[in-house]
Design a protein around this ligand. Structure first.
Ligand SMILES: Cc1ncc(COP(=O)(O)O)c(C=O)c1O
Length: 519
């Protein structure tokens, strides 16, 4: 309806200034249809407006005098737009300047990831905070709808983290509503140990049994050759991530799940924007999850999403996200079902308020509308972010390829186009240097490195009190997982990475390998 950068409050009147370069100013009443032109005088200085809009907002006094007679008043919108416009200026003055800071080799830090944003995220955030609705609101609804459309699924639920998303996704499979496909305590879930702890934590926390299989060294994803050996009469699901954005072999996994009647939870936390068979990952699993923690493909600070095209799973997910309730009224609404006081549940008296009927042991995993507000602006940037990740990967690949004698480079899974989360390198066996020495050298040169999260999760202290073959199983060996634990690390390709930084990284690798030219 209006351009937020141009709205001005003059006394108790509400107008939209659309032309700063003349002394006649167009206006539109925010309420009602009127529009027209009028003369403006501020502190007897008509020329004040003959400036750019940004300067104008910076010098605008709190109280203004004007010779016009506009009757409609909608101060909230006017004030909001003044604040939003100034927020936008704040972004330019503070954050943009920071982001544009000159890169100084050996001095500036080359992060592995980080939030990338502009004034849109900040104005959305401030807009939402001024609404002060706080909980699930207009931005949450918008985000869920647009996210689902983007990924190509029917339903999306916003939650407060990727870990919550995984917890929720897994717990949905334990719902009695799923009949014989319900995951029971003691049932098995096939997964991998080379990954992030909260992909597997919900399985253990519930009392189901994770069955770990090895990964392939080319892409650190599940080795599909190991699937058949891991299958037992208790297997109910596969829960795995697309490692560092590189899709797992979706076709083989899906076929295996279909053949054996298994659920697939696709941990898409590191792969939003990746394609398999020209289709976005996150649309293949019965349920998929995302994280919006800052290093991820889009961010809300903290945040996550669970998504599905299965209506039954969606209603279970919603229930468990929202305290386990049976009622699906959105926040601030009552009696959506029209039967609030006329149903019978469990052993409760007939007509017990449906708002307080609980069909699951649930949580409250909801995010705030402020988080969603940031997410809406980030979602608009997803395609450009993905492209940048792909471009950065390509540049790094071309620069580091020359060191293949020492390093195994990542390769995209066949039929995929990854929106890479990171650039994984595996140090080949040699007598001269270790992964640790190379990553410490890079860190010393201000290039951040990361291991592939927990390396081999079953060797982490959190497994100390678990019993093999009771609380968890290992199918086959985890040799490649151990190689990743011992010899792999990754560096960043996030959209904030510039050509200068990438060239700097390549030059530091070159300097390191100079020592080994003779080999
Ligand atoms: C594969 C994977 N799953 C889940 C998570 C958890 O997400 P969050 O940090 O939002 O809880 C992460 C975090 O980076 C992750 O990499």
């Amino acid at each position: 309806m209006y351009n937020s950068g141009s709205i001005l409050h003059l006394n108790s009147q509400t107008i939209l200034i659309t032309n700063f370069s003349e002394q006649q100013y167009e206006y539109i009443l925010l309420q009602g249809q009127s529009s027209g032109k009028f003369d403006v005088e501020i502190n007897n200085e008509k020329t004040l407006y003959a400036d750019t809009s940004k300067t104008f907002w910076n010098i605008l006094p709190d109280s203004l005098e004007v010779s016009s007679s506009i009757s409609s008043v909608k101060l909230n919108l006017v004030y909001k737009n003044i604040i939003l416009s100034r927020t936008s200026s704040y972004y330019d003055q503070v954050h943009q300047k920071q982001m544009n800071q000159e890169f100084i080799p050996n001095k500036s830090k080359v992060n592995y990831a980080g939030r990338v944003f502009d004034a849109d995220e900040m104005t959305n955030l401030v807009d939402s905070s001024l609404d002060f609705w706080l909980t699930y609101g207009k931005y949450s609804k918008k985000f869920e709808k647009e996210f689902a459309k983007k990924v190509g699924v029917q339903h999306c639920l916003l939650v407060n983290s990727g870990s919550s998303a995984n917890l929720l996704a897994f717990m949905a499979l334990t719902s009695p509503r799923l009949g014989e496909r319900q995951v029971l305590r003691g049932d098995e879930v096939i997964t991998v140990a080379a990954g992030f702890p909260t992909t597997i934590a919900p399985i253990v926390q519930y009392g189901a049994v994770p069955v770990f299989v090895d990964v392939s060294l080319e892409n650190a994803n599940i080795d599909t050759n190991a699937l058949q050996g891991a299958l037992s009469s208790k297997t109910k699901a596969i829960m795995i991530a697309h490692s560092l954005g590189n899709p797992f072999d979706v076709q083989t996994i899906k076929d295996f799940c279909n053949k054996n009647n298994l659920w697939l939870i696709e941990d898409n936390c590191d792969a939003l924007g990746s394609l398999y068979n020209d289709t976005l990952t996150g649309s293949f699993g019965d349920i998929a999850t995302s994280s919006f923690y800052p290093p991820h493909h889009i961010t809300m600070g903290e945040g996550g999403a669970v998504y599905t095209s299965n209506d039954t799973l969606n209603s279970i997910l919603m229930s468990i996200r929202d305290w386990g309730r049976d009622c699906w009224c959105p926040s601030g609404r009552d009696n959506t079902c029209g039967k609030r006081f006329s149903q019978k549940f469990g052993n409760l008296p007939h007509g017990y308020d449906h708002k307080y009927i609980y069909s699951h042991f649930g949580y409250n995993l909801k995010a705030t509308d402020m988080q969603a507000a940031i997410g809406c602006a980030q979602l608009d940037k997803l395609d450009s972010f993905s492209q940048k990740r792909k471009d950065n990967f390509e540049k790094l690949y071309n620069g580091i390829k020359q060191f293949e004698k020492f390093l195994t480079l990542p390769s995209a899974t066949p039929k995929s186009s990854p929106s890479w989360f990171g650039f994984l390198l595996v140090v080949k066996q040699n007598d001269h240097f270790s992964r640790s020495e190379l990553s410490q050298y890079l860190e010393k040169n201000k290039i951040q490195t990361r291991t592939l999260f927990g390396g081999n999760m079953v060797k982490q202290p959190l497994f100390d009190d678990l019993q093999l073959d009771l609380d968890y199983r290992i199918s086959g060996d985890l040799n490649n997982t151990d190689i990743i634990m011992n010899d792999a690390f990754w560096i960043g390709v996030y959209p904030g990475m510039t050509n200068e930084k990438i060239n700097y990284i390549i030059s530091k690798f070159a300097a390191f390998f100079d020592n080994y030219n003779e080999l």
